[in-house]
Design a binder for this molecule. Sequence first.
Ligand SMILES: Nc1ncnc2c1ncn2[C@@H]1O[C@H](COP(=O)(O)OP(=O)(O)OP(=O)(O)O)[C@@H](O)[C@H]1O
Ligand SMILES: [Mg+2]
Length: 294
Amino acid sequence: MPEDRFGDAWGKGVVTVLSVFSFRLPRPGGGQVREGAIARMKPSLAPKLEIRQLKKSFGGHVVLDGVDLSLAAGETTVIMGASGSGKSVTAKCVLGLLPIDGGEIFLDGVELSQLGARKRESLLRQFGVLFQRGALFDSLPVWRNVAFGLMEGLGVGRVAAKAVALEKLAQVGLGSDVAELLPSELSGGMQKRVALARAIAAGPAYLVLDEPTEGLDPIMVDVVDDFVVKTVNELKATTLAITNNIACARKIATRVAMLHEGKIIWNGAVGELDRSGNSYVERFIHGHGRLASG
Ligand SMILES: Nc1ncnc2c1ncn2[C@@H]1O[C@H](COP(=O)(O)OP(=O)(O)OP(=O)(O)O)[C@@H](O)[C@H]1O
Ligand SMILES: [Mg+2]
């Protein structure tokens, strides 16, 4: 299998920040929104996002060894797993930020590797992303961070983009007073909320939230979780979230998937988490501390 089996657009990083914002684009000067082709399709029981036998290695280091995961429309699946188990790598493979070695990724039943680069990229533009380390631009004020994809990726004018940014900031409980501040002038919890506002700026059909509450105190975890739940519900977005915070998982997840030794070793409704019957899951949720990634 060639290293970049999906061609040039994959793994190049061009689909990073710019292209993750572009679904239901607010039109400059108008309130109209453009619905993507997938949103116009009739609802179906087929998974909205499906990962089959995803494989990814770095050199000889096998990270993903056949990951299977299926997300129904509008549900939030939380991937849990030890540090280094491949949670972020899974998300990056789905987003096309890393070339995959094997397996298939379907969006609304369409297998991405079967598509040309342009079509694939346009499908991937339905994703809003909160990266694990926030990835806010230090030198841009908060509102420009939120509006970045709208302005740079979609050509939305400054005034319209700022209006959307302020609205999204309000949605995550941040007032216009923070809009002109730099990210470094915000607390960690506020930065996470700015990152969430940026992820939802274009009203994406899919969300990828990689550790939305990492490094926050328990009270702020709760606050950010509430905003995650609220925004996901408002968007009705199909969401792949990553967290090792059990309280966070319980709050935001519809389903939980446990990644271990390159595979999903347990996957169930969040209500089943306490009776998984899986010893690794049990160790993980009962004061797991740090578990080896295998
Ligand atoms: N670009 C890369 N090049 C080489 N190795 C990588 C690369 N990205 C990730 N890895 C390796 O893949 C493994 C999984 O990394 P990943 O970031 O997915 O872990 P994670 O489960 O998200 O961990 P954490 O909970 O600490 O965020 C690690 O061993 C990491 O070093
Ligand atoms: Mg990670």
